[in-house]
Design a protein around this ligand. Sequence first.
Ligand code: PLP
Length: 362
Amino acid sequence: MIYFDNNATTPLDERVLEAMMPFLKTMYGNPSSVHRFGRIAKSAIETAREQVAALVDAPPAQIIFTSGGTEANNLALHRYAHATIAVGATEHPSVLEAAKRARAHHCIPVNAQGIIDDEALAALIALRPDMASIMLANNETGAIQPIAHIAECLTPHGICVHSDAVQALGKIPVSFAQLGVQLLSISSHKIYGPKGCGALIFDKSTPPQSSMLGGGQEQDFRSGTENVAAIVGFGKAAELAKNALAQRHEATLALKQQLVLALEKMPHITLFSCHTQQLPNTVLFGLDGIDGEWVLLKLDQLGIAVSSGSACASGEAAPSHVLLAMGISPDVAQTALRVSVSHHNTLTEILKFVEIIHSLGK
Ligand code: PLP
């Protein structure tokens, strides 16, 4: 098997599994218990909080563990449920759907590369929403939004900025301090950690409003007994990601460059978001006139795993809302195929993939 679907999820790092195992076996205490079992679990969570904090350059006390990126996004937007929220047109469904619950919501248009430009920002400021939610990197195209610039423009107008950094984390540097946003969402399973774990980082000026009520865990922002093993795994994955960020960036970018170079030489290929800053591991392209879902299934038969857009949207026949928002026609959007590599992939795998695409495109 060749696994080229790392934006959907990543394999669990062996060292992460090792760190988690004791908390699935002997160290099963409830972190809220005052006895030794509980104290061990509590202390493990606090260590993980520090590891995650170090990766995102934020104070540990401003990190709330959640069940993943989806919950972090929902929690971020929940604070503004009685207000007006503006969201980027290419956001993940967990943002788009959560925004629909607000008193009023607006959609911020993107340009042909999937970027919110200064013109769109000026129109957004004129709308005066209470909150704007704009992702750092798109899961389908890999396009990177200029979030620090966007936050700099919006915050003086009293607009709270939330950014979904789920796809950016572990692939490019993510600094909560430097981005200047008030809320930031991240997820563990995109950085070789376990599924079902994530976090919301908040600025002290903008504490989230808890949607999960109960025992008051996570500073009363997110009640419920913590998933200790997963949080420990997330912490370990964050520590590994911080130490290997440059090396992973370089390794994935080298593979991506080889793939893009080969694709550019082929006739009848469309590359999406290729004229803007993109994640080092993501290539979204289409073979003209050939359905992406069909190619995906062909590749699957040959043992190659890719995505025909967002994994969360797989099974849907509709063309990607991300590409439609970029002004791509439904017919062309339907051809999209996403390759998202990791540092585990090799040049041999890329070359094999290119050969197959070449023959399918003939
Ligand atoms: N945001 C983005 C950009 C994503 O790509 C995903 C998952 O694919 C999520 C949020 C949801 O994260 P999780 O799977 O941890 O709920």
